[in-house]
Design a protein around this ligand. Structure first.
Ligand SMILES: NC(=O)c1ccc[n+]([C@@H]2O[C@H](COP(=O)([O-])OP(=O)(O)OC[C@H]3O[C@@H](n4cnc5c(N)ncnc54)[C@H](O)[C@@H]3O)[C@@H](O)[C@H]2O)c1
Ligand SMILES: O=C(O)C[C@H](O)C(=O)O
Length: 313
């Protein structure tokens, strides 16, 4: 299996490292626009192989997409991260240009690849990659839900003083303040979370999850990378190993949840063909309302991208 990761910065290099040391792919090609940067990161990861004992070859290139040819999966992490005081949506015009040109190069050399977008604003960058690639919607998806649920699960594990391994959760919607955590579908070792935690603590955890990215931006001056890079690698693993894992993934909805033509996180089964099945939960009225708010926000940013593209044309 060959996997390309575009963008050798914080998230891309972390993703490539996880793909290598967990031997998720035989070959990982790291691409960056900065001269020598991806080559250096790939060489560093390869020099770790004798220490961490893995065989995955890592190759770095500066904008040479011929080396990515025949990739089974491509992860797009290229683009600016936000700084304190910015929203993810502030990145739209720069990152849309980057994601669009990267996607064009990717499909030229790997027309059958499955594409996982990480760049922000996530839902709208998934839209940009999807319309550029012209691939089926089951083969172009965005990573955010695994990260957001991981944050939620980590906060819950801390509050309950239990292993994060035993917390199962799902959330939906856009990757931003309007994301929709679903406490009704959260369990701790099979026990509904609401039986173990009071409402006030749970609501505080939901709020912290919604602002989880911003909390890290404030602390570090740039956005997170360990959890995001690992989350993207987990999606790659589900695909290349045909694991049929159930994850929240951003994709174009075509009537599911009563939504058409908007890119949002929903639970899916991930396997060798990409999105194998979309799971439609029976949401209650409150959850439907939250999802509608999220849909409205993402649609506004999609419209903003359409306007940017129209002005360029
Ligand atoms: N979806 C999520 O949950 C999530 C989580 C974390 C970060 N992100 C996003 O991921 C992106 C990357 O974050 P980061 O922390 O790795 O940033 P970074 O600045 O460390 O790395 C980005 C890399 O992209 C490269 N790049 C820029 N234009 C390029 C092009 N045209 N072709 C190839 N490479 C190019 C840059 O040279 C840089 O090395 C940001 O947009 C960030 O907001 C998303
Ligand atoms: O918060 C960001 O800007 C990066 C990412 O979307 C995150 O949630 O960590």
């Amino acid at each position: 299996m060959k996997v390309t990761v575009v963008g050798a910065g914080n998230v891309g290099a972390t993703c490539a490292d996880v793909l290598a040391y967990r031997e998720i792919a035989n070959e990982v090609v790291l691409v960056d626009i900065k001269e020598g940067f991806a080559e250096g990161k790939a060489l560093d990861i390869w020099q770790k192989a004798p220490i961490n004992l893995y065989d995955t070859r890592t190759v770095g290139v500066t904008n040479d997409y011929s080396k990515t040819a025949g990739s089974d999966v491509v992860v797009i992490t290229s683009g600016l991260p936000r700084k304190p005081g910015m929203t993810r949506d502030d990145l739209i015009s720069t990152n849309a240009g980057i994601v669009t040109s990267v996607t064009e190069n990717i499909v030229k050399h790997s027309p059958d690849a499955i594409i996982i977008v990480v760049s922000n604003p996530l839902d709208v960058m998934t839209y940009a990659a999807h319309i550029t690639s012209k691939l089926p919607r089951t083969r172009v998806m965005g990573m955010a839900g695994i990260l957001d649920t991981a944050r939620y699960r980590a906060f819950l594990a801390e509050a309950l003083n239990v292993s994060p391994k035993d917390i199962q959760a799902v959330l939906m919607g856009g990757h931003g303040d309007t994301m929709v955590p679903l406490p009704r579908y959260t369990t701790v070792g099979g026990i509904p979370v609401t039986e173990l935690i009071d409402e006030e603590t749970l609501n505080a955890i939901v709020d912290r999850t919604k602002n989880g990215g911003g909390e890290l931006v404030k602390l570090m001056g740039t956005s997170a990378w360990y959890a995001p890079g690992s989350a993207a690698a987990q999606m790659v693993e589900a695909i290349v190993r045909d694991q049929r894992r159930v994850f929240p993934v951003c994709m174009k909805l075509e009537g599911e949840y009563g939504i058409d033509g908007v890119y949002l996180g929903v639970p899916v089964i991930l396997g060798k063909n990409g999105i194998e099945r979309i799971i439609e939960l029976d949401l209650n009225e409150d959850e439907k309302q939250l999802l509608e708010t999220s849909r409205g926000h993402v649609k506004e940013v999609m419209d903003a991208l359409d306007n940017i593209n129209a002005a360029k044309a």
